[in-house]
Design a protein around this ligand. Sequence first.
Ligand SMILES: [Fe+2]
Length: 398
Amino acid sequence: MNLEFATSSRVIFGRGEFKRVGDLAESLGKRALILVGKTSQQAAGNLERLQQMLRDKEIPSQILPIDCEPTVELIDALAASARAFRPEVIIAMGGGSVMDAGKAIGALLTNEGSALDYLEEVGAGKTIAHRPIPTIAIPTTAGTGSEVTKNAVLRSASKKKFKRSMRSPMLRPEIALVDPMLTVTAPAAVTAASGLDALTQLIESFVSRRSGILTDGLAREGLTLISSALEQAYFHPEDLDARDSVSMAALLSGMTLDNAGLGAVHGLASPIGAMFEAPHGVVCANLLPEITELNLAALEAEGNAKTLAKYTEIARILTGEPDGRHARLVTTLKLQRRTMHIPRLSSFGITKKDIPEILLGCRGGSMNTNPIYLSDDALAGALEEALKEKLPVEEAKA
Ligand SMILES: [Fe+2]
């Protein structure tokens, strides 16, 4: 058995652990750059608390807001403005976009050039040679797991549309500080979309070609935790037990995806996210049932008993039924996205006409670790299915 596993140097999890951020920042540097998202700025004075904790430690700080999925252009501009401040530690508090921005800016402050130079496939092939400014990643949504991953996803604001990763083991945040209480104020739609991103990540890394004993164990735990807790957190945002479970599941999904890779849902989500302003979690939630169905059919045709048994296990966990029927798994996933009012892809302007362009950009990366090869025709069929299902109008607007 050969395996390699890596994650952030330090992972701190628990209700109220946010109060340790002053001490943690002090252990890493004397000047702090704070990256903060829209929800964190508005929510329950978290930014004020953070600033106060830094003032108590006499750590000067500069705040940079991130209000959208980060683009190459934005990261270059923010890195330029941060350079004069000479931060020694970065605190990225927000969703995946904010944490990815923190990781990318931390790298650009110690490595020359534009963020574009370091992006996979579309960049100049530069590698991160110098250790980035250490980052404390503090998620305020439970989903991407970016607090422990080695990549930062950036998109392009220019005509040439892409969404690609800057990737290096040095990009992993020095400290992942996960306090489930910070997710309580996330809007319900964000709880649903980011939670379904975590669920997709757990499923895809569990059946991935690169899955192994360590990631399997973590994925099983994550799937068990999220199975009932996500809807509970969606409908009862103040339920801290549910928030604990979903935050832990999201953290585990970051560890598993970082080490085992993902699959066809994330392979397709990459070009869709570059072409349309659709939140990543919403895209994943829309594709997960149809891609699961497609994978199951292809694995059955191939007679891949080992991966089919993993899907049986997923079905058992998510449906709560001991026989773990694959068809029930697909129905459960469809029902879940409907129950949590996930907007359909068509509401972002995505139509059948876009399928060829989506397919052009979906190979490589996550698609390589999908448990089985899926042809363009097969993927096009699944995309058509995912675009077909319509919600009643009043439900979609809720
Ligand atoms: Fe994801």
